[in-house]
Design a protein around this ligand. Sequence first.
Ligand SMILES: Cc1cc2nc3c(=O)[nH]c(=O)nc-3n(C[C@H](O)[C@H](O)[C@H](O)COP(=O)(O)OP(=O)(O)OC[C@H]3O[C@@H](n4cnc5c(N)ncnc54)[C@H](O)[C@@H]3O)c2cc1C
Length: 529
Amino acid sequence: MRIDVLIVGAGFGGLYALHKLRSIGLRALVLEAAPSVGGTWWANRYPGARVDIQSLEYSYSFDEPLQQQWHWSERYASQPELLRYANHVADRFDLRRDICLNTRVEQAHFDEATALWRVRTDDGRTWRARFIVTAVGPLSTPNTPAFPGLDSFAGPVLHSARWPHEGVDFGGRDVAVIGTGSSAVQMIPLIAERARTLTVFQRTAAYAVPARNGPLDPEREARIKADYAGFRARNRRMRAGFGCELAPHALPTMQVSAEERQAQFEQRWQIGGFSLLGAFADTLTDARANQACAEFVRGKIRGIVRDPALAERLCPTHPIGCKRLCVDTGYYDTYNRSHVTLVDVGGTPIERITPRGLVAGGREHGFDTLVLATGFDAFTGPLTRIDLRGRGGLPIADKWRDGPLNYLGLAVAGFPNLFNLVGPGSTSAFTSVITAIEQHVDWIADCIGWLDASGRRTIEASADAEARWVQWVNHVAEQTVYPHCNSWYLGANIPGKPRVFMPLASGFPAYADRCAAVARDGYAGFVTR
Ligand SMILES: Cc1cc2nc3c(=O)[nH]c(=O)nc-3n(C[C@H](O)[C@H](O)[C@H](O)COP(=O)(O)OP(=O)(O)OC[C@H]3O[C@@H](n4cnc5c(N)ncnc54)[C@H](O)[C@@H]3O)c2cc1C
């Protein structure tokens, strides 16, 4: 069977890539390790799992009837609803006939003689294709820290990203949660509702802003749907690819009075979600502005948590937004409950897991159920786990030993005809990811169309363009607060991972414009043969 494009992964990225590439006449096939489409929203089923960008914005825009007819029940859709949406899209666009589920790509080698990719999957099958699109997800490789003694734990050990599909009843249990990132912040209030006791092990305190979730306001839905295309277009001109209804204040944070600053933050706090970070345009680029916003949230924490000493331990000290901002429902208030305990393990790390708990700071803490909300080997993890080799048999893991090299976040020098979605080097997780996926896939489709029209067989990033791109990604990051804390954007959560700032912090419009300019200039920075 002739295959033009093998797409790895059937999350929102892989689904749209299949639809789009088919629509331009290419024979495309998706290989997906999981037994279902949906990616992130198939895997992450912990209590409270939901999107933290409003669903009217975190959804596909490529098909007007789809965006008109699909109705989200809540402002922020829950995991089951997002999974239903992914399945609906797969059915609606007849995608399933070209998706192989339960099929993990283990190896992909570029064969220079034939200019084809040779791919092997875990069921022993082999495939050949001209192009590969890796839609393997920015957050699809769960991170399980190598705690000594983890295997000895007598009760269940659950990871947020590998949650049992039948669900977990925490009723009457003594539960421990390790981690206080986005997933933990979503699940902790709900686990506390059921558990006998809950102990949270915190390495770094988290900034969380209220989601103010609820049923989707029908009036707002109707207003947006009356000009959905216009709304999407306006969002694509926003830094994060969403949030066009709320413009930041016209002045920088520190140029307005303290009262006005407070009022602006308070208004965003009441609106909920990421809107707080957009109250002023300089929150992520100016240290004093960032400090003002951070102090506002610390004030909220002190107002919510009744025990002042506990409130201080929950107050983060790093710049706000430097790690992904958490969007919560009742997170800080949960610590007012008498059966919930916070244990700091930042200064006194977890030493070992025992059959009935864990030891930190020389003290054993007991529990019978352990939840790991320990995140992901972000961006590079899923790719370096594939035996992926370009020209000269160079493994991607070697090429990226000191950090991920790429051009436009889409292509890697020495890896012809391979395109990566929402990984390092693009605005990726700094954007509403579906918006980024659509931009990437449309660009890739145009690029393949252009290559075919030119009669050439391969296209790859030049080493020069790649080096300049990586320099730019670093340069942009240095103008922001992002490098100033230990985040998964930097790979800091994975021992031994090179500390390199991975996503591009330029904002989505600047990135998309750059990609468009490269295409207009005949794919400048790429080499074709
Ligand atoms: C809990 C959680 C909440 C999130 N919330 C938001 C949010 O609010 N807003 C936002 O913009 N983004 C959010 N994200 C990021 C989210 O990952 C993206 O929004 C989006 O779902 C990514 O889609 P994708 O198709 O690129 O990747 P994924 O959905 O991760 O899909 C990748 C697929 O590739 C498959 N795969 C990987 N390696 C292989 C292989 N070797 N062979 C075969 N298949 C493979 C995986 O099994 C997976 O199904 C969240 C992520 C998580 C984990």
